[in-house]
Design a protein around this ligand. Structure first.
Ligand code: NI
Length: 186
């Protein structure tokens, strides 16, 4: 089932999400729905708050980047209760998008390497290190669980320049090729 994606301006995107247990109701179904929703929107990552759930879970599939970064091929995963343990390496500027900000693409600076622990859908624990596009996507989605959005990484000047556009996104005055839930109707 395809779920509506919450737009910028909804308060759930600013909240810190909560950990879940293995007995979280219909967890498997939720994961299936999140992948379906992510693929239908041509996304490479989707965090639970973006489908209006305040829980620490995100899905990723970096395959569309496989041509530029071989390690992205087949990188399809769900991260549950993730904790970023360390960010290292050089700071890299990369143009990011976000399904909660249709049409917006901005250069965001992030560290190149991330070490993360998390649980998979069977609640097996992993502790892994990623670089390249995988690290980029993980850090973007992890931010969503902390209530941090990509625009929070921009300078206040840049945010001011984008103010009108952000307002338009929040009220639904944007083109999105997927079903969205906007903050307020114009
Ligand atoms: Ni996002």
């Amino acid at each position: 089932m395809i779920l509506p994606i919450v737009s910028y301006g909804n308060s759930i995107l600013k909240k810190k999400a909560q950990e879940i247990t293995a007995s979280y109701p219909q967890l498997h179904e939720l994961i299936v729905n999140m992948f379906e929703t992510m693929y239908s929107a041509n996304g490479v990552g989707l965090a639970a708050p973006q489908v209006n759930l305040n829980i620490r879970l995100f899905t990723v599939d970096a395959s569309p980047f496989a041509e530029d970064d071989q390690s992205a091929a087949g990188f399809k995963k769900v991260f549950i209760n993730p904790v970023i343990l360390e960010r290292s390496g050089e700071e890299i500027l990369f143009e990011e998008g976000c399904l909660s900000f249709p049409g917006l693409h901005e250069g965001i600076i992030r560290k190149s390497i991330v070490r993360i622990k998390y649980f998979d859908e069977d609640f097996n624990e992993f502790n892994e290190t990623y670089s390249g596009i995988r690290s980029r996507i993980i850090q973007h989605e992890y931010d969503h669980l902390e209530g941090i959005l990509m625009i929070d990484h921009l300078s206040s000047l840049k945010k001011m320049i984008l103010k009108r556009r952000l307002k338009e996104i929040s009220v639904g005055l944007v083109e999105a090729a997927y079903k969205m839930r906007f903050a307020a109707r114009p």
